[in-house]
Ligand binder design. Structure first.
Ligand code: FAD
Ligand code: NAI
Length: 507
């Protein structure tokens, strides 16, 4: 009975504590403190992007030390790990977006935001050319912003390797609009396939969903899509139940190449159970509006060409450089050998420049292009910039004290002690170690309420897959969501789709 009382008290306290935390989170979100305008004599710190790298920097930056200007064509942060869930309506898109205005408004000193695309960086003149991407503006509206310090955090665009027909005919999965487009197209294919007098070949084509790229994006999307079909579409449109087909095409011998062998096998066997076809050692060479042409390598090394008709094609073959990054690299001789992005040093300074830093998918620091890496790099830069501002302030104090020493020799003893204290402080502050990435593990959803996880804990690695891992995947992603608002909305979406099913209407 005593244990029961303890347990009851513990539950009671956790519920009260959790509710108080939630209530404070909601209140704090709606009631930011008064902001002050930063001192115009401070340095201009320009941040390009509102993704993982930029927002993690902004979150931890003491904005009162700089005139901070954020520039991005997207006025929100996007929680990409749950983007595949948006393609089927398991999670609604607004639940994983956080307005940048809310983030900047919560900083102590005001931050300027321009919704625009950076089109050219001039490292000589220290300027960035930006282009307003507003629809209400009509014509393009270009202007220049000058910087003292610049952080390039513009991410990457979709790699197509110049394969013919990809840009014109496939859907990508990087931005919110991509997920919305896919969601619409899935239902378009289903409704068109059930249209009066459709030929069996056309029905087969329309209901063939092809995913190219067996990395985590392609795998997670294929899993979500099959769930959508098995749990919802099949119920409301039973006449297509034996015709809907998902095929995942991967050029390498297996999917999820960055995961451990055991998890690759688990994913492949789960896909088999889910009836998702995996075609490995198959490289797509050409895409038309209705077919995908791929070269498959057989066990004997013989190559054959396979043409697959499709209704929906999702292209997920990784990252390529954005034009603004490519252009900057072409201006810096030290970047001439870099292929995958801006080569940076251990303090994330772009090699060959003095006042430009880069984070995330557009930077090459020796790590995989992931949100984990980008957010740790952003947080590191915030610490670096806060330190730089603090040490500059202390250096100025030391300078003032030294002048006092000359002008008021009577107080020499006291001033000398103050100088020494400040010098000690300065040494401590300046002792900032280079960037070091801590890998916390990789997680991926693989459909039918199962996930795989390669987790690093206490210097050990654990590879696990299944239903429990799926619960871990959900709680990990929930805790990583940007704000309390995002967390509440995502949980409500999960409950909603469990209770009522996903919405099959085509917006
Ligand atoms: P992004 O987050 O892409 O941000 C780039 C920002 O720059 C955007 O705001 C963009 O609008 C802006 N921008 C673009 N062009 C310009 C320009 N010319 N001027 C100014 N601004 C510009 N990683 C994980 O670790 N775990 C996961 O579970 C995971 N899941 C993912 C799921 C999907 C579907 C995808 C696509 C990626 C996933 N990733 C995941 C990878 C992760 O999203 C990226 O590594 C991460 O977003 C990189 O952060 P970033 O800041 O470099 O770029
Ligand atoms: P990726 O680069 O990881 O995988 C792309 C895959 O496409 C590769 O396996 C490649 O062999 C294949 N490919 C390329 N060209 C092809 C062709 N013509 N035909 C067939 N296959 C082809 O790309 P992805 O999945 O978009 O991920 C990008 C980054 O984001 C990675 O670093 C990844 O780790 C990260 N990410 C992480 C997630 C997670 O941790 N859950 C989820 C999504 C992305």
């Amino acid at each position: 009975f005593r244990y029961f009382t303890y347990l009851w008290r513990l539950t009671y306290l956790s519920v009260i504590g959790g509710s108080a935390y939630l209530a404070y989170g909601v209140w704090e979100l709606r009631h930011p403190n008064e902001q002050f305008e930063p001192d115009p004599s401070k340095k201009n710190l320009v941040i390009l992007g509102t993704g993982w790298g930029a927002v993690s920097l902004l979150k931890k930056l003491d904005t009162e030390n700089y005139n901070v200007i954020v520039i991005s064509p997207r006025n929100y942060f996007l929680f990409t790990p749950l983007l595949p869930s948006c393609t089927t309506g398991t999670v609604e898109h607004r639940s994983i977006m956080e307005p940048i205005r809310s983030i900047t408004r919560h900083k102590r000193a005001a931050v300027k935001f321009y919704e625009a695309e950076a089109t050219k960086i001039d490292p000589e003149r220290k300027t960035v050319m930006i282009d307003d991407c507003s629809d209400v503006q009509g014509a393009s509206n270009k202007t220049e912003v000058s910087y003292d310090m610049l952080v390039v955090s513009v991410g990457a665009e979709n790699a197509t390797f110049g394969i013919s027909g990809v840009r014109e005919n496939s859907c990508f999965l990087k931005e919110i609009e991509d997920a919305q487009r896919i969601r619409k197209k899935i239902m378009d294919c289903v409704e068109t396939a059930t249209f009066k007098d459709q030929s069996p070949e056309e029905v087969e084509r329309l209901l063939h969903m092809v995913v190219v790229g067996g990395g985590p994006t392609g795998v997670e999307f294929a899993g979500e899509l099959q769930d959508f079909f098995d749990q919802d579409i099949k119920k409301w449109v039973p006449e297509i139940s034996d015709k809907f087909k998902v095929t995942l095409i991967e050029a390498l011998p297996n999917v999820l190449p960055s995961f451990s062998k055991q998890l690759i096998e688990y994913t492949e066997s789960t896909f088999k159970e889910e009836k998702i076809t995996i075609k490995t050692k198959t490289a797509v060479k050409k895409v038309t509006d209705k077919t995908v042409e791929a070269e498959a390598t057989g066990p004997d090394g013989k190559k054959t060409i396979e043409v697959m008709p499709y209704g929906l094609l999702v292209w997920a073959t990784g990252n390529a450089l954005r034009p603004v990054v490519k252009d900057l690299m072409s201006q810096i001789p030290a970047q001439k050998d870099s292929r995958r992005g801006l080569a940076v040093n251990e303090y994330l300074v772009v090699q060959g420049t003095k006042d430009i830093w880069a984070t995330g998918d557009c930077a090459v620091a020796g790590y995989a292009p992931t949100a984990q890496v980008a957010s740790q790099e952003g947080a590191f830069l915030a610490r670096l910039f806060n330190t730089m501002a603090k040490s500059e302030a202390i250096e100025n104090t030391i300078h003032d004290l030294s002048s006092k020493l000359n002008l008021q020799p009577g107080n020499a003893g006291e001033v000398a002690v103050q100088i020494e204290t400040n010098e000690k402080k300065l040494r401590r502050i300046k002792d900032l170690k280079p960037f070091h990435y801590t890998h916390q593990g990789s997680l991926a959803y693989i459909g039918s309420e199962r996930a795989v996880a390669d987790v690093s804990w206490f210097n050990g690695n654990f590879a696990t897959g299944g239903g429990l891992t799926y619960l871990f995947w959900r709680s990990a992603y929930l805790s990583m969501c940007f704000s309390t608002r995002n967390r509440v909305l995502v949980v409500l979406d999960w409950l909603k789709s469990k209770a009522f099913g996903r919405d099959v209407s085509r917006e």
